[in-house]
Design a binder for this molecule. Structure first.
Ligand SMILES: Cc1cc2nc3c(=O)[nH]c(=O)nc-3n(C[C@H](O)[C@H](O)[C@H](O)COP(=O)(O)OP(=O)(O)OC[C@H]3O[C@@H](n4cnc5c(N)ncnc54)[C@H](O)[C@@H]3O)c2cc1C
Ligand code: FES
Length: 285
């Protein structure tokens, strides 16, 4: 695998590069979009990545966390990360103000296999925070729209307030070159005009050609098996269901063994796995 071959050539793989917070924007109650720029202009120019890869972000004096890159390499300059506040590092990130310094190292992981996806139909299926790594792919596809076939985006969240990127969703909804389908599990405020139900309910009435469609899935762990069941019942082969699966990580570069599942390291061989791979790795889903 390319990343495995390149890692030993990258010098000290643990050394983060200094980046500055350019702006932050609250997306929901506990989730914020952060845009960073490398301090060194050469580093900023050189840094490239594949949608679906992640970086290790360090908050100085606090610690490090793996976070998916949510921006697209087709719009270079800023590195956007969508972070949910759950603990020490993510809480410290949320307290940063513009111009604060962080460390970034990476990009790590395999990412979505763009080469395989070209000229294929795509069904992007996101739940909650799963929109973060899929937004990178989605914007990549939109920036190269002619290279991809039919595009369906299905996105579910707990409540309307929990839907991330509401402005961008409004723009997507107005486009004629994709189908955007949204659902919320509950509508406590009674203001939602769309579908109420789990993300799999968005499949109702939809037809896909499973031999020319890739399903790109990032949903909360509990929902993976339901989405996979829906897709396999519809005839999707296991290799055409691609899932971004998270594991707790430390090094991010295949050294510590923390993210190991069977004979795979999630940080090197993943986080994107085919459903076929995932069901053959006990404990992966
Ligand atoms: C490849 C990858 C990509 C990720 N992308 C994103 C992203 O785009 N946005 C985002 O907000 N988070 C993402 N995460 C999860 C993020 O790394 C964790 O939420 C973060 O490390 C928690 O660190 P903390 O110090 O804030 O929390 P801690 O104080 O370490 O822990 C707080 C709570 O979070 C749980 N937790 C810690 N790490 C993880 C983890 N990896 N997965 C699930 N629960 C965890 C702990 O069990 C604990 O309950 C990703 C994780 C991986 C492995
Ligand atoms: S996180 Fe250390 S081996 Fe994957």
């Amino acid at each position: 695998m390319l990343e495995r071959k390149l890692l030993p050539m990258m010098g000290n793989v643990y050394q983060p590069r200094l980046a500055r917070l350019v702006r932050k924007h609250q997306l929901s109650g506990d989730t914020t979009l952060f845009a960073f720029r490398f301090e060194d202009p050469d580093q900023a120019r050189r840094f490239t990545y594949r949608p679906g890869q992640f970086v290790e972000v360090s908050v100085l004096g606090v610690g490090e966390a793996p976070i998916s890159i949510s921006s697209t390499p087709t719009r270079p300059g800023l590195i956007e990360l969508v972070v949910r506040r759950v603990g020490r590092v993510t809480d410290a990130l949320h307290r940063l103000e513009p111009n604060a310094a962080v460390g970034l190292r990476g990009p790590y992981g395999n990412g979505w296999p763009i080469e395989k996806l070209r000229h294929q139909d795509l069904a992007i299926i996101a739940g909650g925070l799963g929109m973060a790594p899929l937004r990178s792919l989605l914007n990549y596809v939109l920036d190269n729209r002619a290279e991809f076939g039919r595009l369906v985006v299905m996105y579910g969240a707990r409540t309307p307030d929990d839907l991330l990127f509401k402005d961008e969703l409004a723009d997507l909804g107005a486009r004629s070159d994709l189908d955007l389908l949204l659902a919320v599990d509950q509508d406590p405020t009674g203001t939602w005009n769309g579908r109420v139900g789990v993300v799999t309910t968005l499949f109702e009435g939809r037809q896909f050609d499973p031999q020319r469609t890739y399903a790109l899935v990032c949903v909360p762990p509990v929902a993976f098996k339901y989405v996979a069941a829906e897709l396999t019942q519809r005839g999707f082969p296991g290799e055409r269901i691609l899932m971004s699966l998270e594991r707790k990580m430390q090094c991010g570069v295949g050294k510590c063994g923390y993210c190991n599942v069977g004979h795979k390291y999630t940080c090197l061989d993943g986080p994107v796995f085919s459903y076929w791979d995932a069901i053959n790795l006990p404990g992966m889903i």
